[in-house]
Design a binder for this molecule. Sequence first.
Ligand code: ARG
Ligand code: ZN
Length: 859
Amino acid sequence: MILRSDYRASDFLLDRIELHVSVEALTTVEAWLHLRRRPGADPAASLVLDGRGIELLSIELDGTPIAPSGYRIEPEQLVVPAVPDAFVLRTLTRNDPEKNTVLEGWYRSGPMLCTQCEAQGFSRITYALDRPDVLSRFRVRLEAETARYPVLLANGNCVESGDAGPGRHYAVWEDPHPKPCYLFAMVAGDLACVEGRHRTPSGRDVALRFYVDRGNENRVAHAMESLRKAMQWDESVYGLEYDLDIYMVVAARDFNMGAMENKGLNLFNARFVLASPQTATDVDYDGVESVIAHEYFHNWTGNRVTCRDWFQLSLKEGLTVYRDQCFSADLGSRDVTRIEHVRTLRALQFPEDAGPTAHPVRPDAYAEVNNLYTATVYEKGAEILRMLASVIGEETFVAGIGHYLKQHDGTAATVEDLLASLEAVSGQKLDGFRRWYSQSGTPSVEITDEYDAAEGRYTLRLRQHTAPTHDQAQKTVLPIPLRFSLRDDDGQLLQLSPQPPLMPRADLILLEAAEAELRFDNIESRPTPAFLHGFSAPVKLQYAYTPDALSALVLNEEDGFLRWEASQRLMFDALFETMNGEPGEHSRMLLHTLQVLAANPPADKALLAELLRLPAESELAAQIEPLDPHAVTRARDGLRHAIAQALTGPLSVWAAWMPTDLSPENRARRSLSNLALWYLGHLNSARIRKLALERAHSPNMSLAIGGLAALRDSDSAEREEAMDAFHLRFRDEPLVLDKWFAMEAASARPAGLERVTALLTHPDFKPNPNRTRAVLGTFMRENLRSFHAPDGGGYRLLATELAKIDAGNPQLAARLVEGLLGWRRLVPALGEHMRAALEQLAQAGPSRDVAEKIGKALE
Ligand code: ARG
Ligand code: ZN
C-alpha cells in the first residue's frame, strides 16, 4: 500500500532529459538524465530510478561505464548507491512495443506506435524518476523507418528533421516547458494530418494538427471546431491562452481511457475525435466536444500546474472536469447539460461512495495507482469546486483559480494550495470544504417543514447525516450549500431576506451543522418549497414532496434541473409502487403529469425529452437497494408500456420527426423523436416497427441508432433486418461496429447469455478496449436481465472473460470488474452467486489492479 502520509520529496531533481529513440523490431532508448541532489536531501541517498518491462543494455555516469557492482536491478527499480551531487546518467535500454498489451508505456495501435505515460507509464520506456513532482525539460530524437512511420511526433516544437541512413529518418522535438514525465508523449506512425489554425488574443498563431488513420480526414471537423471553441472559452472566461505554437491531437484505435493531455501532443481514444453525421450520434458529438475541451483545459490545470503526488489527482481532474462542465453548459442547453452530469454522478459516483471501493476525493492509500482514476476523484471532485464557486461566487472562483495558477506556475501543487488561493481571493475561510476532500460517502439531508397559520410562520428543519462507508467508520458534518425557493399558493416566488450565516443569500441555505432551523415570518399561507436547484450539492435530499407538489414542479418550475428531478421522483415512486403491487396513485400522477406536459411542452425539446425519459436500467440499479434486478426491469417495462399507451398521440407526432441536420434545434428534436419511438416500440405494432426499421436505415447515425434502440428488445423480423443491415453497412467502421456490438449486448431478448457468448466469438469481435467495453461493459451495466441471470451464469461469464483480459490488460479488467463488486447490494440469492464469481476471479491470480478491488469487495 502506498500512503499519502508517506510522501517525501525526491532526493534527486532531474532538470533535463534527452532521449534518442530508435524504432526497429524492438525500440532502443538512449537516455541522458541530468540529475542533481535536491538541496537539503540526504547526501548519502542512493539514486533510485523506476523502470518496468525494459532491458538495460548499458549504463554510464558522466561518460564512464558503471561497473556491474556499482548498480542493482530490482523488479521495478534501478539503484545506483554511490553518486555525486550533480551528474549525467546515460542509460541504454530496449523495449518491445509490439508485445505491449497493457497499453501503457510505448505500444502499437494500428498503423502507429504511441505512448500512454499517466500515471506511471514513462518508466516502461526508460529508467526515470517516475513521479509527478519531478519536472524536466525534454529533448527527444525519434528515428524510424521512413515508409512505415512517416510521421514522428513528440511534445513541443520540431527543431530538426532529416534522413537517417537508408530508408530511415528522424525528427528532434524540444519542449520548452518543464514537465513531469507522465506528460511525455511520442508517436511514430503512418497517419493523415488535418491542420487548422487559431490565433490567441495576444497574437500567437497556433497550428492545430489532428493526426488520424488515413481515410478519416473527413471526420475531424467537429473536433477541430470544438478545440477552437475550447481555446476561446478559456481565453474569455479564465483569461488563459495556449503557450506553444503547435497543438497536436492523435487519434488511437486502442486506448484504455478517454484521452490524455500530454503537453502539446494529446493522445485520444479515436472515439473522442472522429465524428461525422453518418458515423456519430449527437451524444457522440457532445462527447468529442467535452473531451477535447477537457484535455485542452488541462494545459493550465494539470500541465502548467501539476500534482505533487497522485493522491492530489483531483487537483487537476476535479478542476478540469468542473471547467469542461461549465464549458459544455455555456455552449449547449444549461439545464440538459446539468441533468446529464448529475445522471452520471448518480449512476457512477454515488454507488462507488456507498460500496467497497469508497474513498475520499483525496484518497489516503492505494495499491495500484491506476485505480485512483475514479468517478469520485473526477466527478465528485468537480462537485466540490462547483459548491465552492456557488458559495464564494463564480467570478471570485475564477479569480481564485487565476491566483492559484500564478502562485504555482511551473510547479507541482496540492489540493491545499488550491483552497488557500480560493481563501486568499475570497477572504472567506473554507475549512469546512477541506473535509469534503477527506471524507467519503454521500451525505443525506433530511428536511421537514411546518407552517403555523396563526403566527404566519413557516419553519424549515434541516438535518445532515453521512452513513459510515466501507473505508471510514466515523463521519463529521460538512458544509452543504442548498439552493432553495418558496412559492405561494399562486405559484409566485416569495421574496426572502437573507439570514446569515445559515442563509447567506435569499436563495441559498448553507448547512454547516448537523441540524439547523430556519424561520420565516409574515408568511400568509403554507408555501411550497423546492430544494437543490441545479443540484447545488452532491447529496441525497429527503423531503416528503406530495405527488401534487412533484407534478407542479415538473410542470411549472423554472429551474430545468428541478423539473427533471421531480419527474425522476415521480417515476421512481411509480416504479416502487408497481414493484410492490399494483399501479396506483403514484403511477396515475406520473401519467397525468406527463400528459399535461406533452400538451404544454417547454420550448427546449431536449429538456422535454429528459423530463419524459425513464431512468436507464443502470441508473435504477445504482439507486435501488436491496436490488432485485428482475423486479426492477419488470416494473420499468410496465411503466414504459403505460407511458406509451397514455401518450400515444403526442409520442406518435414526435416519433415521425426525422430531421438530419446538426442544428441545436434539430438535435433536440431527434432526442425527443428517438425517445418517442422507443416508448412506442413497446406497443408491438407493425406500424411502429416499420417506422423504426425505416429509421434504422437513416444516413444520420443518431436516427439510425434511435431506430435500432426502439427495436432492440423485440423478437421481430424488423429487428433482425435492421441489425443485419446495420452490421453489413458498418462492418469496416470499428467505432460504428462497436455500437452494433453494444446494441446486441444490451438486448433484453431471451437467451441473453448465449447471445453474449456468441458475440465474444463473432468473427468481427476483434478485441480492443472499445470493443471489449462495448460487449462486456454494456452487458453488465445495461442488460440487467441477462447479467443477473438467476443461476449466476452472467457473473460467471464476466469473471471468466475478465481473467483472460486481466492477463493482458489489467487496467481494462479493473474497470470491468466493477460490475461484480456490488454483491452486497443485491438480493441474497443473486448476491451469493456474484460473490462466488468474484472468488473464482480472486483464485485466478489477478493483477494488482484487479486484486485491489476484489480484495475490498470480499473484505
Ligand atoms: N489524465 C487523463 C484525463 O483524465 C486520464 C489518464 C488516465 N490514465 C490512467 N492510466 N488511468 O484526461
Ligand atoms: Zn483529465
